[in-house]
Design a binder for this molecule. Structure first.
Ligand SMILES: *Cc1c(COP(=O)(O)O)cnc(C)c1O
Length: 230
């Protein structure tokens, strides 16, 4: 099932790139494997997937220990500061940095372990109360402040768009995030490069690609519905 789903997702990514006049190589597919068992990840790995997204530190570490070492692990979930130390050196990219306190902790732990950690700033573009992320207004200030910290590199922005039935409803939000990233990039801050735009999930990744996403995070579309149990 994972193989067929991946073929479908891949075809849709290619079509969206073609519609937008973009090259397929500009978009990285992150397979969001949270709650899914290792054999399903292995299936995706066998199909060539090397980027996996998880939202819990412990679960990511458990999978990290048993999966091949050439995988790039993406932390996409809300991150508690006391868990940062487990992640450093093992994650390719932390997508969910939304406060200077969290950025400082990542910096501090990275200095301790003598590595540089790539991060994205999470923006709550629709201002939803239920979502984490800095506000659109505060994003630039957070980037500017975090850029001064040692051993972290700010590589772009991430957003989780609202849950909608029609992905077209999110097009304007994706466009706004793209504009915000261009604005921030134009400030030419040291240590800041807005290379990455992490946006688009199963319901709306095609629209996100049309609006400039460079990373899409697809879970359900690859692994099927998540069962959180009761
Ligand atoms: C779960 C999750 C996804 C994947 O969601 P799907 O709708 O299953 O594709 C993407 N991004 C984040 C931050 C998530 O938590």
């Amino acid at each position: 099932m994972v193989k067929e789903n991946l073929e479908d997702v891949e075809a849709r990514i290619c079509a969206a790139c073609a519609r937008a006049g973009r090259d397929r190589s500009e978009v990285t597919l992150i397979a969001v494997s949270k709650t899914k068992p290792v054999p399903m990840l292995e299936e995706a790995y066998a199909c060539g997937i090397r980027d996996f997204g998880e939202n819990k530190v412990q679960e990511m570490m458990d999978k990290y220990d048993v999966m091949p070492s050439d995988i790039r692990w993406h932390m996409i979930g809300h991150l508690q500061r006391n868990k940062v130390k487990y992640l450093i050196g093992k994650t390719a990219l932390i997508h969910s940095v939304d406060s200077i306190r969290l950025a400082s902790q990542i910096s501090e732990q990275s200095v301790k372990q003598n590595v540089t950690t790539d991060i994205l700033i999470e923006v709550n573009i629709a201002g939803e109360e239920t979502k984490f992320g800095t506000s659109r207004e505060e994003a630039a200030a957070l980037v500017e402040e975090a850029a001064k910290l040692p051993n972290i590199r700010i590589c772009g922005l991430m957003t989780i768009a609202p849950y909608v039935d029609d992905p077209e409803e999110n097009r304007a939000y994706f466009r706004q995030i793209k504009e915000l990233s261009v604005d921030i990039d134009s400030k030419k801050l040291d240590n800041v490069h807005m290379w990455i735009l992490s946006m688009g999930m199963t319901g709306d990744y095609e629209v996100a690609i049309e609006e400039g996403a460079t990373m899409v995070r697809v879970g359900t579309g690859i692994f099927g519905e998540r069962n959180y149990g009761v």
